[in-house]
Structure formats: structure tokens, C-alpha cells
Design a binder for this molecule. Structure first.
Ligand code: 2P0
Length: 378
């Protein structure tokens, strides 16, 4: 992407792939506003073709494809005010649900350091970031995707208010680019209902640097597709995703895995168009188990599934065999199970969840979600 960023009235900066060609920093009078407040809600997403393995900085080893969710969201507002003196350090206060959470500020500083070359205003303003999630605390649902995408949308909006001349389309692309630098999978939460991140020959416009919406035909069976998230274990994971990704360096199956993911994405892309649900189930469940197989075969090896993860998987397989209802599962980097099914089967699947699966969830908790359209201004 090539565009011109105009922070202020007269200075134009060429941006190629969001990398600025000059180290120009804005001066006081050039900003259109001195203070303001922006707010965005951004959802979580669930990968069907998994991203597991990356190169610096946050570039994926294979293309991934995800469903953007709707109900599991982070809502973030940023209040910004011009500083009297621009400094080399950032001035950020982070609030979680309205209360100060200084423990999160180092993460924000790391993120700001990384995106500073693309957001020239960061040192000239002070920021109060207030964030909250619509899903329960420590549910095992990663808030990094929704959190980083909401934050990225807010920052791009601030840049817009300050005078950036990026078009609406370019702003979305830039938000995905920035979100990726915060957390890889976050770039897939900006848009919906299906997005692809990572260069893939069969997906036009796909890029390693930001996610793009899946623009090919989507079969009606996938409209409003349901995701019931079964909260199997809400404890802290023993191994973070970042550590897990890094264990793919030198992993004995890495090369084959990256090729397999790209090939599965191509197959899934056809299935999304033709609605072949049997193939959909096969690809999606195989991807989930392969992700965990990569964890179990890395060094050090680790297991994120819990006994009830396997119990639930077996229940799903039995139920599908007995009833023919096309319900399948996928897994994130954790013990929770995402139950995926067409909206037409919602009633019977929720009965199945209540009667057989809820008791295998921690505190019988599960979250009903479905496909969504991505980040929204609040
Ligand atoms: C994914 N996951 O495609 C894969 C599948 C989890 C399982 O991307 O280090 O939080 O911030 O880039 O995005 C989780 O890893 O990792 C993840 P970083 P991220 O959704």
C-alpha cells in the first residue's frame, strides 16, 4: 500500500507498506486537534486454519483463516491530550473497567515502541486508555485479539482526527497492520465475518502484514454460523502463545505443518463457497488437533488440553454420529472447546450442550457467540 499521511496542513509523508520514508515528527501547530476521545469495540476471533509459528516481527509462517466473533468483545476508549513538551517516553495511563491497572502499562509501552514509526503522534500526546471485556475474567478466552484490535482502531481514529488523509479503506488496513504488531491473531478481528491473514496465492490481496476479508462467495450455510464456547478450564495457561509460536523454530514438523496449513486454507476456501459441510468438519477438526499436536511434539513439549477437553470432543463425535447434526469443534491455544454449527441447528445443539456438555465445563459455563462483522465505533 502506498499512501500519503498528512499530519498537519503542509507536511506530506510518503508511506509505503506503512513504513515512513522520513523521520519527520510533527510540530505543535500542525495537529488539527489538541484533545479528544475515541472509542471502539472489537471482537475476538476463532481461527479455523491456525497460525502457529512466526518470524520477526509478527509475520506468520503460514496463512490463517478465521471466523470473526460477535459477542466476545473488548470495548476501549482513549482520551488524548496534547503534551506541553513532547518526550522520548510515552505518557499512558491504562484503566481496566474504569480502575487503574498499572500492571498492563509495560505491555502498552512495548506496543507503542513497536508502532511508533507508523504513528508519529504518540510522543506528542498523553493517553488514558480505558478497556473492558464483555466476556468473563479469566475465562481462558484470549483477550489479546479483541484488545489489540480495539486499541489499534482507536489509534487510527485518533490519527484521523489529527489530520491523517488516509481513506476509510486504508485506515482499516492500517488498523489491522498495527493490531498485528500487538498480537498476530488480532489483525483478523478488525473485519468480518471471515478473514485471512498471511500471503496465499489463492486469496487475492492477502498479505503477511495485515488481514483481509474473505471476498469470495460464502455459502448460505455459513451465514450467522454459531460458536458456543465451552469454558473447560479458566486457569492461567502454563505456556503462552508467544512461547508456543517460538517453539516452531527448529520444530521437526514445522515445514510440513506450514505447507499443510496453506493447503488446508485452499481446501477450506472452496468449502466455504460450496457449503460441503462434511469436508468443512474434517478440515476444521484436523486443524485443531494438529495445532495441539505441534505443541505436544515441540521441545519442550506441553499439553494445553485438559481431560474434559477430550471428554467433550468424544461427546461431540458421538452426538454427530447418532444424530447427523453437523456440529464440530475447534480449539484455541488452551483447553476450551469451540462448538461450531449452522444456525439452523441452534435449538437441538443448545439442548445437547445443556444436557451433556455443560457439566464438563468449569462452573457449567459456556458462551453463545456467532459470526460478526468486526470492529465498530462506539
Ligand atoms: C490463531 N493462536 O491462529 C492461533 C491458533 C492460538 C491458536 O494466534 O504471539 O496471541 O501475539 O502473535 O496471536 C494465539 O497467538 O500470538 C494464536 P502472538 P497470538 O489464532
Amino acid at each position: 500500500m502506498k499512501s500519503i499521511l498528512n499530519i498537519g496542513q503542509s507536511k506530506l509523508i510518503f508511506v509505503q507498506n506503512f513504513i515512513l520514508s522520513t523521520s519527520y515528527r510533527s510540530i505543535d501547530s500542525l495537529y488539527k486537534k489538541e484533545q479528544g476521545k475515541v472509542a471502539y469495540a472489537a471482537p475476538s476471533n476463532i481461527a479455523l486454519i491456525k497460525y502457529w509459528g512466526k518470524r520477526p516481527v509478527q509475520l506468520p509462517e503460514n496463512a490463517s483463516l478465521s471466523f470473526t466473533l460477535s459477542e466476545c468483545r473488548t470495548e476501549t476508549s482513549i482520551t488524548y491530550r496534547k503534551r506541553k513538551d513532547s518526550g522520548s517516553s510515552f505518557l499512558v495511563t491504562f484503566l481496566f473497567e474504569g480502575a487503574p491497572k498499572p500492571s498492563f502499562e509495560p505491555k502498552i509501552h512495548t506496543f507503542f515502541d513497536r508502532i511508533a514509526p507508523y504513528c508519529l503522534f504518540l510522543n506528542d500526546f498523553e493517553f488514558i486508555i480505558d478497556s473492558s471485556n464483555t466476556f468473563p475474567h479469566s475465562s481462558g478466552i484470549a483477550s489479546s485479539a479483541s484488545g489489540m484490535s480495539a486499541l489499534a482502531m482507536c489509534l487510527v481514529e485518533i490519527e484521523h482526527e489529527l489530520g491523517s488523509v488516509l481513506t476509510a479503506e486504508e485506515r482499516i488496513e492500517k488498523a489491522s497492520f498495527l493490531a498485528r504488531l500487538g498480537s498476530g491473531s488480532a489483525c483478523r478481528s478488525i473485519e468480518g465475518p471471515i478473514t485471512v491473514w498471511g500471503k496465499h496465492d489463492n486469496i487475492e490481496g492477502s498479505s503477511n502484514e495485515f488481514a483481509v476479508p474473505f471476498k469470495l462467495k460464502v455459502h448460505s450455510i455459513f451465514e450467522n454460523y454459531q460458536d458456543t464456547v465451552l469454558l473447560i478450564d479458566k486457569g492461567e495457561k502454563q505456556v503462552s502463545s508467544t512461547v508456543g509460536h517460538n517453539l516452531m523454530h527448529g520444530h521437526p514438523y514445522a515445514k510440513a505443518r506450514f505447507e499443510q496449513a496453506n493447503s488446508n486454507l485452499e481446501k477450506l476456501s472452496k468449502v466455504i463457497q460450496n457449503g460441503n459441510i462434511t469436508q468443512f468438519i474434517e478440515i476444521v477438526e484436523s486443524e485443531a488437533l494438529t495445532l495441539h499436536a505441534m505443541m505436544m511434539t515441540s521441545l519442550p513439549y506441553f499439553v494445553l488440553m485438559k481431560p474434559n477437553t477430550l471428554e467433550v470432543i468424544n461427546c461431540i463425535w458421538n452426538y454427530r454420529k447418532q444424530t447427523g447434526v453437523p456440529v464440530c469443534f475447534t480449539l484455541d491455544a488452551g483447553a476450551n472447546v469451540h462448538l461450531l454449527y449452522p444456525e439452523a441447528h441452534k435449538k437441538e445443539v443448545l439442548t445437547f450442550v445443556e444436557t451433556e456438555l455443560a457439566e464438563k465445563c468449569q462452573n457449567k459455563q459456556y458462551i453463545c457467540d456467532c459470526l460478526g462483522i468486526g470492529a465498530k465505533k462506539m
